[in-house]
Structures are given as C-alpha cells and as structure tokens.
Design a protein around this ligand. Structure first.
Ligand code: MHO
Length: 209
C-alpha cells in the first residue's frame, strides 16, 4: 500500500475492541485499524487498568474511497447502542458506545445520525455518547488483530511478520475481519476460496488441522 495517500482517522467505541477492529477491517477504503483506549481522562490506561476509558478502535481510511458518514452507518449497524454498558456478556463502562469526532463537522454528522437512529428505535434510549477525541492510547500488542492471532491456521498462512509489520498490514487487517466472519458474505467466500486453493497446493498437511 502507498503510505503517501492522505488518510483520515476516526475512533469508535462499540463494545469489546477485538470485535470492533474486525467490524471495520473489511470495509473498502479502510487501510489500517488499531485497538486502544479513549474517552476517559486517566493517564496511560492498560487492558487490566482501563480506568475511565472505553475500548475503542482507531480506523485509518482513505477519504476518496470511504467517508465518515459511511463509517457511522457501519458503527450503527454493528452493535446495539441501547445497551447501557455494552453488549451481552460484556458488561461494564469500558464497553460503552461512543462516537469520537474531530470537531464541528463530524460532531454535527454524528448528532444527526444519532437522532435518526433514535427515531428508528423508539422504544429504547440510544446511549451512544458523542465526544471530541482526546487521547488515543494504543492497546497492548496481544490485543491487536486478536481474531487473526487466535485462528492458528490463518495466522500460519500469513507467514511470520514482526509485530510492527502485522499491526500496519492491510492484509492482516482484512484477514482479521475474515477470521471473525465479519467481512461481507461475498468477500468471506472469496477469501475462503483463495485460502483453500493455497492449502491444496502448498500446505496440504494443514488442511487436516
Ligand atoms: N468477554 C470477552 C471480552 C473481551 S473484549 C476485548 C473476554 O474476555 O473474552 O473486552
């Protein structure tokens, strides 16, 4: 990929960040994702001591291909924003729903999209907060591309990559979404086909795993 493209950055909180990263990683125009902590004021949060922060994903995207508005659509369709403290079994402040913005333009767009969402849902309160992004703290390496790392066969297939490279790799990002089965169905099956092809030809032994 070409690192000279002018990229934009957006940050969202929508529950467990392993899944949040996979939600955005297969979207055309998204070139890089990083999980981390934002939304609080405490210094240097960690997974074990997240304090007043939320689990977030930072999305780097090419604005020529995808816009903030579309990221908002994905955000709304990928979680239940009426749950007060996050999704299902993942309960707690760290899983709260937040749209982070860079100031007026995005703040207005976020507010309008939230109103639309609320109008659609009616029976429940949309708890999503909208706030200007303060600090973003990248999470520990083990939490980056978590779904991919926990799919040994897929991870093998990618070959060895230093952590830094893995973190920046658009391919790893897509495979991470694939591992979580969060790519669109047509993309899921296209990747399936390619992987089976590779396994047939090069690693028949891996197919039995
Ligand atoms: N229930 C999940 C939450 C992980 S997410 C990164 C687990 O601990 O397995 O918060």
């Amino acid at each position: 990929s070409d690192d000279r493209r002018p990229l934009k950055t957006a940050v969202f909180a929508l529950g467990c960040f392993w899944r949040s990263e996979a939600v955005f990683g297969c979207l055309p125009g998204v070139v890089r994702t990083t999980v981390g902590y934002s939304g609080g004021s405490a210094l240097n949060p960690t997974y074990k001591r997240i304090r007043d922060h939320a689990e977030v994903v930072q999305v780097e995207y090419d604005p020529k291909i995808v816009q903030f508005r579309q990221l908002l659509d994905v955000f709304w369709t990928s979680h239940d924003p009426t749950e007060v403290f996050g999704q299902g079994p993942d309960v707690g402040d760290r899983y709260r729903s937040i749209i982070f913005t860079n100031g007026t333009g995005e703040t207005r767009m976020a507010a309008v999209s939230k109103e639309k969402q609320q109008a659609k849902i009616r029976s429940n309160i949309v708890t999503t907060q909208i706030q200007e992004l303060g600090m973003f703290y990248a999470a520990e390496t083990e939490h980056q591309k978590f779904e991919l790392k926990h799919n040994p066969q897929l991870f093998q297939l990618l070959g060895f990559m230093p952590a830094e490279e893995l973190q920046r790799s658009s391919l790893a990002m897509k495979l991470n979404s694939y591992a979580a089965e969060l790519c669109p169905p047509d993309v899921q099956s296209r990747i399936d086909a390619k992987i089976n092809n590779i396994l047939d030809k090069e690693w028949p032994v891996l197919k039995d795993i």
